[in-house]
Design a protein around this ligand. Structure first.
Ligand code: MG
Length: 122
């Protein structure tokens, strides 16, 4: 018998280049009841208040707000510590350090996609 897992799926969302580029999409995603939302940003603690205000402007709801302060291993550690199921991010520097137990959705944007060659920037 197939048993539906009633535990909430844990979703990690980057802010810059991810939520900032597709705010309407992530506002909707964040309000799905079955999701536990973890904002995992490379910003520092100093940006906490302005970040809270910015997320409110986007209409993004969340359960946890994590600041890793440009530590390339920081997001991977949060994914590991909190058993994040799915992570949305745009930067390989973070993505490459996320454990395989977390599925990753890479967001394409002006910062990581070369529109002239139609390739990811290396
Ligand atoms: Mg980003």
């Amino acid at each position: 018998m197939y048993v539906i897992d009633m535990n909430k799926l844990k979703i990690g969302l980057d802010i810059d280049g991810t939520i900032t580029d597709y705010p309407a999409f992530f506002a909707i995603i964040s309000k799905i009841d079955q999701f536990e939302i973890h904002i995992i940003t490379g910003r520092g603690e100093d940006d906490r208040q302005s970040t809270i205000e910015e997320l409110a402007q986007y209409g993004v709801r969340y359960d946890y707000l994590h600041f890793v302060d440009v530590n390339w291993h920081g997001k991977g550690q949060i994914c590991k510590d909190y058993n994040i199921d799915f992570m949305f991010d745009d930067m390989d520097e973070y993505i490459n350090n996320i454990p395989v137990s977390t599925a990753v959705f890479k967001v394409r944007n002006e910062g990581n996609w070369n529109t002239l060659s139609n390739k990811w920037y290396e």
